[in-house]
Design a binder for this molecule. Structure first.
Ligand code: ADP
Ligand code: MG
Length: 576
């Protein structure tokens, strides 16, 4: 879909797949409106003609017809209330699918700058408001218009002066309603904002509870939370006041309308210009006006909040996704693993260059280490190879092919990455290992686990490979998690491996144990290692020292030690 079009056009394009249901919904809404108008009409006829003339049979036939009408009304009402919402729900499902699809396509930079909670609201609460609008909007609008129009025509028929009075009073009522709705809506927005703040405050306090207890700062936290809590409560109180004033205004307007009609009708009757049954019917029509007026007011609110939600939805949909592959992009099935950086420039944000004129040559099968103070750009260099970020100058090539002319999927399947913190998805340990190769057989998973030396640990867990990991399940130690991610890489079996401080968070004993798994994993692969402890990369084929000025030294351990430069200084610092 083209998301640059006008929001309303995009909005209605979501109706298309469910148009049948929507039309049925609208037909039912139409019937409901028609029956609503018919009732006062029949009442007037009965009062004016049938009852005075004692036409018993016709009268009860009419009652029977009205009964049938009300049964139809009930059926339609049910249809609108149930299937109308189902329709909205389906539209919502489609939109949520599209948001999720798009989220999957968005680049790292999007996730660097947007908070998870905010993104999640886009895909849940915001969408709900849109779907309420999707069906209630057209339903309420058509019902209200039909009701108002029908009632107005009937009033004209009874006494045109009455209709004129109503037409003059009505817009005033609608205006009052819209103004007080508007206040109510602003108060609601404020409540929503403060809800988000209370939630954020809660989340931060709960996640930090261990730190809080460690510093015995419970009182401090309590006071901090109290501020959010009071703001939230105040916002709700304001909302209640707006609500109270809204409902009392509406009720007053309704009463006023009835009174005006009674006054005018009474006057006409006393002047002999109208009879009593007409006044009764006119009053019923006034009652028929009330519902649509309420609907109109409600619609204004629903439209504004729904459209605000929809615009936030569009904001995500219009965020530029990762660049798609060029039409002539090539597919690589198995890379040899020669990686070359030529005059590479890169910055995350326009005003802050991170890499400038970086040149690197990593040969197939080599173990290439990047070392240096943190913040120098080592992780950044690694992120550029699978194109998590796009370089701003120069070129990176794999086996002599510019990575921008390789299909992204195939490029990324060539590279395995192990980082410091391992993310485990909610699920079983089997599923988490199989993430490296969806559809892997149990034998393959077990083999990978054995090679990563995690198999024995898994067998000790209560449900073996089917043990659930994560927040509600088993807690894995840092070393175990790291082995799970190594097992994933064994399954994925990529020719290129990136180990970004994979063992930095572990203690030295665990590190040494895991080191064997890493050595096993990197056999026969081009391996890029970022290491915190220099002892682990001593045997690398090449070592590059990275600092703020870029790559300052490249060579083997012995060469760099002999040089007495930056690497030598790093080594001496660690020895101490
Ligand atoms: P290293 O891995 O050597 O410690 P990084 O590559 O992580 O260093 O970071 C290099 C520089 O880029 C740092 O100044 C850091 O603040 C900045 N940086 C890292 N990641 C991001 C990001 N996602 N957005 C903006 N700046 C970043
Ligand atoms: Mg890093």
């Amino acid at each position: 879909m083209d998301f640059s079009k006008h929001p309303l056009r995009i909005f209605f394009s979501y109706y298309k797949p469910h148009i049948g249901l929507f039309i049925a919904d609208m037909i039912c809404a139409f019937f409901m409106a028609a029956i609503d108008v018919a009732f006062p009409m029949f009442t007037r006829y009965a009062l004016n003609t049938l009852i005075p003339n004692h036409e018993l049979k016709t009268f009860f036939t009419l009652v029977a017809i009205l009964l049938a009408g009300f049964c139809l009304h009930k059926g339609c009402n049910f249809f609108v209330a149930y299937w109308g919402h189902v329709f909205g729900n389906r539209v919502e499902q489609d939109m949520r699918r599209d948001v999720f699809d798009h989220l999957e396509k968005l680049p790292f930079s999007f996730y660097d700058t947007n908070r998870t909670g905010k993104i999640m609201a886009r895909a849940t609460t915001d969408l709900f408001e849109i779907t309420e609008l999707a069906h209630h909007g057209p339903e309420d609008f058509s019902i209200a218009v039909l009701n108002l129009l029908g009632a107005f025509i009937m009033m004209l028929h009874i006494r045109w002066e009455l209709a004129v009075i109503v037409v003059v009073v009505l817009p005033v009522m609608i205006a009052i309603g819209i103004v007080s709705r508007h206040n109510l809506m602003q108060a609601s927005t404020k409540v929503k904002e403060t809800t988000a703040e209370v939630n954020a405050g809660l989340e931060s306090s709960i996640s930090g509870i261990r730190v809080t207890k460690g510093f015995a700062n419970e009182d401090f936290e309590r006071k901090r939370f109290d501020v959010y809590n009071k703001q939230y409560s105040a916002a709700k109180q304001l909302r209640f006041r707006c609500m109270a004033s809204f409902f009392s205004n509406i009720e007053f307007c309704n009463n006023l309308l009835s009174l005006v009609v009674l006054a005018a009708g009474g006057y006409f009757i006393m002047k002999g210009k109208m009879n009593l049954p007409d006044l009764v019917a006119a009053n019923l029509f006034v009652a028929a006006f009330r519902a649509p007026i309420g609907k109109f007011n409600f619609l204004v609110e629903q439209f504004t909040t729904g459209m605000a939600g929809f615009n936030r939805f569009l904001e995500i949909m219009r965020t530029e996704p990762e660049p798609t592959d060029a039409p002539d992009a090539v597919e690589i099935l198995s890379a040899r693993g020669n990686i070359s950086f030529k005059n590479v420039d890169f910055s995350y944000t326009a005003d802050f260059p991170v890499l400038h004129d970086v040149n690197l040559d990593i040969h197939s099968g080599e173990k290439f280490a990047l070392v240096g103070a943190s913040g120098g750009g080592k992780t950044t260099i690694c992120n550029l190879i699978p194109r998590f970020y796009e370089i701003t100058g120069g070129s990176i090539s794999l086996d002599g092919i510019d990575i921008r002319s390789i299909k992204k999927r195939s490029l990324r399947t060539q590279i395995g990455i192990v980082q410091q913190d391992v993310f485990l998805f909610a699920g079983t340990i089997r599923e988490n290992i199989a993430y490296g190769k969806p559809g892997a057989t149990d034998e393959e998973i077990e083999l990978a686990a054995r090679r990563a030396e995690i198999h024995d640990d898994i067998m000790k867990m209560p449900n073996g490979y089917d043990s659930v990991v994560g927040e509600r399940g088993i807690k894995l130690s840092g070393g175990q998690k790291q082995r799970v991610s190594i097992a994933r890489c064994f399954l994925k079996n990529p020719p290129i491996l990136i180990l970004d401080e994979a063992t930095s968070a572990l203690d030295t004993t665990t590190e040494i144990k895991i080191q064997q798994s890493f050595d096993e994993l990197s056999k026969g692969r081009t391996t890029l290692v970022i290491a915190h402890r220099l002892s682990t990369i001593k045997n690398a084929d090449k070592i590059a020292v990275v600092n703020d000025h870029g790559i300052v030294e490249i060579g083997t351990h012995d060469e760099l030690m002999a040089k007495h430069g930056e690497y030598y200084r790093l080594q001496s610092a660690q020895q101490e």
